[in-house]
Unconditional design. Structure first.
Length: 256
């Protein structure tokens, strides 16, 4: 018998929600540093508080039936931060994998890390690879965590692999279409985000999923990431539910 999901979320609030649920939700989790600074704390404390918000959003999305949740945890450009902050963040990823392993597996969530994982420590690469393997057959939700990730870097990496395949004669250049290109990205052809949420009020995409968000709806909230909870998530979903996605067509075409 399948075990009941182990969730720590505000189930009453989530259960009462009647609105739209995007299939793929992507989040730019921003504002940890400011959250800490506002409290006179070290930036790393903000990142630690951010990890609690990650659990809340992962489990809320799992509860609501989101198919894919993509979290932007560390960009290619974030390597340029002070070394203590970078190493503190790497330690937090390691702790997250260890601490959340059991809950992710119990909740039948599949983990996939996207990004240039070759830049991570061997130890962290092993821990990630192991949990990806252990969770590979889980089908309740895919959790894509973008670490050492950059959208331009991803497109370049895909282009290099495509060029190599074409040079080897394994791929006909005339047959490279959007679908083919998508399969060479870190996201391996999985569906694009329907909704992108960015916290902390910044109105930019900061090199996140540049190819994949071509037609995603954007929801920007001033809330700093460590304060983001079930209520903020539902507010983003209901905002999403009020949008008309036109994909280049006219409003009349879409509504008919
Ligand atoms: C987001 O919070 C987490 C990472 C980028 C790793 P920030 O650390 O960017 O927080 P702010 O933007 O400085 O407040
Ligand atoms: C984007 O946040 C990256 C992550 C949330 C991991 P940043 O804080 O790095 O983005 P900028 O520098 O404000 O654009
Ligand atoms: Mg930031």
């Amino acid at each position: 018998m399948a075990s009941a999901p182990q969730l720590t979320v505000n189930e009453a609030l989530l259960a009462a929600y009647q609105g739209a649920i995007p299939s793929h939700v992507a989040v730019i989790m921003d504002g940890n540093g400011r959250w800490a600074q506002e409290r006179g704390m070290m930036r790393l404390k903000g990142h630690r508080a951010g990890a609690d918000a990650v659990r809340c959003v992962v489990e809320s999305c799992r509860y609501l039936g989101v198919d894919i949740l993509t979290l932007y945890a560390f960009s290619s450009q974030n390597w340029g931060r002070p070394v203590e902050e970078v190493s503190g963040l790497m330690t937090l990823f390691d702790i997250y994998i260890k601490k959340e392993r059991k809950r992710l597996l119990e909740n039948e969530i599949r983990l996939q890390v996207i990004g240039d994982r070759g830049r991570l420590s061997k130890k962290l690469q092993r821990a990630i690879g192991k949990l990806e393997e252990e969770s590979a057959h889980n089908d309740k939700m895919i959790l894509q965590v973008a670490v050492s990730y950059g959208g331009r870097e991803e497109i370049l990496a895909a282009t290099r692999r495509i060029a190599r395949a074409a040079a080897d004669g394994a791929l006909d250049p005339d047959e490279i279409d959007e679908e083919t290109f998508g399969r060479f990205l870190y996201t391996e052809g999985r569906p694009d985000p329907d909704l992108v949420i960015r916290t902390s009020g910044e109105c930019r995409v900061s090199n996140f999923l540049l190819w994949q968000i071509a037609y995603s709806e954007l929801h920007i909230t001033d809330t700093l990431w460590p304060d983001f909870d079930e209520a903020h998530l539902l507010a983003a979903f209901s905002d999403f539910g009020n949008r008309q996605r036109r994909f280049g067509k006219t409003a009349d075409q879409v509504s008919s």
